[in-house]
Design a protein around this ligand. Sequence first.
Ligand SMILES: [Zn+2]
Length: 359
Amino acid sequence: MSTAQFFPWQVDVAQQWLGQRERFAHAWLVHGLAGIGKREFVFAAAAALMCESPVNGLACGQCLACGWVAKGHHPDLKRIRPEVMALEEGADQEDEDGAEGSPAAEATGSSKRAPSNDIRVDQIRNLAPWFNNATHRSGFRVALIYPAEALTHISGNALLKVLEEPPPATIFLLVADAPDRLLPTLLSRCRRLPLATPSAAIAQAWLAEQKVTHAAAWLAASGGAPVLAKKMAETQPQPCPEWLSTFVTSLEKGAGMNVGQLADTISKEPASQWIELLQRLVIDINLKAHGLEIRYFPVLHKSLAVLCERLAVAQLSELADWLNQQRRVAGHTLNGKLFAHAVLQRIAAACQPTRASAR
Ligand SMILES: [Zn+2]
């Protein structure tokens, strides 16, 4: 993340928001659908807030502060994120994060712990000396905290204490996909800035600019989130994973499915990931059942048409609720393969043609 630019669909809202910086609140929660570029948004916002000669509220890209941000070592900018994410972002090469006690230094250094998925309380406590120093360019100091869902009860409370008596000239930008998963007390200390999902036309135009082919299919598979769609296009062979197409084809055929092999395949991925895809599948069946356009996997439309004939609306919502519950327990299962097997089996049972004819 060396550039600090807003995505095209963010520029208007950013200008409006950053334009009122004399009365700028000290803590904001930036939230919206996963994969629409919220992280990039707060990074670009930080650059704008620290810029010494902003243009229409946005960073000029020319001044000393902008230069520091671009090189990733502005001393008044901190990114507080789980170690796992810091490593993904290549933080170990960045001066800004190389300071003592930084997540990346600990995770890549002599530490014996595995990198954490949480924002740990030390990461919040270690900010204290930073708050006490004067800012280096007499502007704002900006702390980016993402994803805010990674705050634990303890680190969330430590942050709450800071926000209750905010340090001078310091702005906290928290990022969340799901604000309802945050501590209510923490939420009450933040002003909210909801970021809208861009229209399909804008998102597809941007994907085309990024040289993503079959933009519409990738955008559908991402749930309409262009940044995620681009990432998927770069890392996956096709918008609808092969195991899911295989599963749906066998569901369509009906009787005698052996889910064992598919369970083997998907249990190699994190359960939350494949359950989400199954949840999306059920949403698509539901949309099809109501004569609406398929949202995630348009390529499966023929099979989905067959399946929605077999499932009553009540059954579909039951299945959706059940998958929701499974997703909540997904991280705590002891045997991933058995779990995958049980989930696929449950869906297969619901989609049996015999059940429909017996109804
Ligand atoms: Zn500047």
